[in-house]
Design a protein around this ligand. Structure first.
Ligand SMILES: Cc1ncc(C[n+]2csc(CCOP(=O)(O)OP(=O)(O)O)c2C)c(N)n1
Ligand code: SF4
Ligand SMILES: [Mg+2]
Length: 304
């Protein structure tokens, strides 16, 4: 049973007046992540919108301990902190590494792969706004094919989006999940579960970004919902190899798997403007194919 938003803890670890843009999906997700961590964690964070959101020393908008680290070393820094806590016999303090898509799927992937292979006692959270937003929307390997960014201004990105959760699955990580700030209870439950497990855990959160995706700030939550309802972001978790749909995606699958038209999601954002119809078709096919694969796994693993 997913936690109801009204039952989430009232305590706030992300303070008002932080430097995130209005309508930032990351800030919304981070607020719920911190509620789930409940100040029982030390975080390691590389350069990103998240560091900007946190503020510059000696002021901070976040009342949890965190270490700013270099771009490629988020998972390595977390590994070191976990080893230190182990040496002190203080493993009840959890270690959480959190990075953007650039800091995870591009620049941070080497240290993350090493940490995952060693099954370090670290929860790694990637917030995926699908580009290098903090430096002005450059494409990353997590940017979907066809998207216009500052470095793909004419015809949009020509390469596929890298599937980081699949890569983590190949590392046999014990807990893997996808999440969205538009479904706070589902996100909260996953962070809570991952917080209390041992070994490597990985959560991939899809976060709408108004300036980078070119949509009105009031639409962040509805856009996150559209990503799930169109099948662009299936909500799932893989626990010790067992796959299951969660939250809204589970409801859609139970109701026969009727997804909303992809165009509802694409047309709500300026970054897909002028998308080549052939690419849109390819995008739609990709979403459908992935949905069918996940749906088959969900049914097989639940014995349905
Ligand atoms: C080694 C290094 N290269 C580049 C930068 C500049 N830089 C700072 S934040 C950033 C973008 C990070 O993108 P992402 O990880 O996706 O996080 P987001 O900004 O989207 O939140 C870049 C390129 C840096 N700080 N260090
Ligand atoms: S650029 Fe996007 S991710 Fe970064 S603070 Fe602004 S809304 Fe959030
Ligand atoms: Mg990013």
């Amino acid at each position: 049973m997913t936690t109801n938003i009204l039952d989430l803890p009232e305590v706030e670890y992300l303070q008002p007046g932080n430097r995130a843009c209005a309508g930032c999906g990351l800030a919304i997700a981070y607020r719920f992540i911190l509620k789930a961590l409940d100040n029982k964690a030390i975080m390691t964070i590389p350069a990103s919108c998240l560091t900007v959101l946190g503020g510059m020393y000696p002021v901070s908008s976040v009342s949890v301990p965190w270490l700013n680290c270099t771009f490629p070393s988020t998972a390595a820094t977390a590994t070191g902190v976990a080893a230190g806590l182990r040496a002190l016999g203080r493993e009840q303090i959890r270690v959480v590494a959190m990075a953007g898509d650039g800091g995870t799927v591009d620049i941070g992937i080497q240290a993350l792969s090493g940490a995952a292979e060693r099954d370090e006692d670290v929860l790694f959270i990637c917030y995926d706004n699908e580009a290098y937003m903090n430096t002005g929307t450059q494409r990353s390997s997590s940017t979907p094919k066809g998207v216009r960014t500052a470095t793909t201004p004419l015809h949009g990105k020509q390469e596929h989006k890298k599937d980081m959760s699949k890569i983590m699955e190949a590392h046999q990580v014990g807990y893997i999940a996808t999440a969205s700030p538009s479904y706070p209870g589902d996100l909260y439950d996953k962070v809570l579960k991952a917080r209390d497990r041992k070994g490597m855990r990985y959560i991939h959160i899809h976060v709408p970004c108004p300036p980078g995706w070119a949509f009105p700030t009031r639409d962040t939550i509805s856009l996150g919902r559209l990503a799930v309802e169109t099948g662009v972001l299936p909500l799932y978790e893989i626990e010790d190899g067992v796959f299951r749909f969660t939250g809204k995606t589970k409801t859609i699958a139970k109701g026969g798997g009727q997804l909303r038209p992809l165009d509802d999601y694409l047309s709500a954002q300026g970054r897909f403007k002028g998308l080549d119809p052939a690419l849109e078709l390819e995008f739609q096919e990709g979403v459908r194919e992935r949905w069918q694969q996940f749906d088959a796994r969900d049914k097989a693993d639940s014995g349905a």
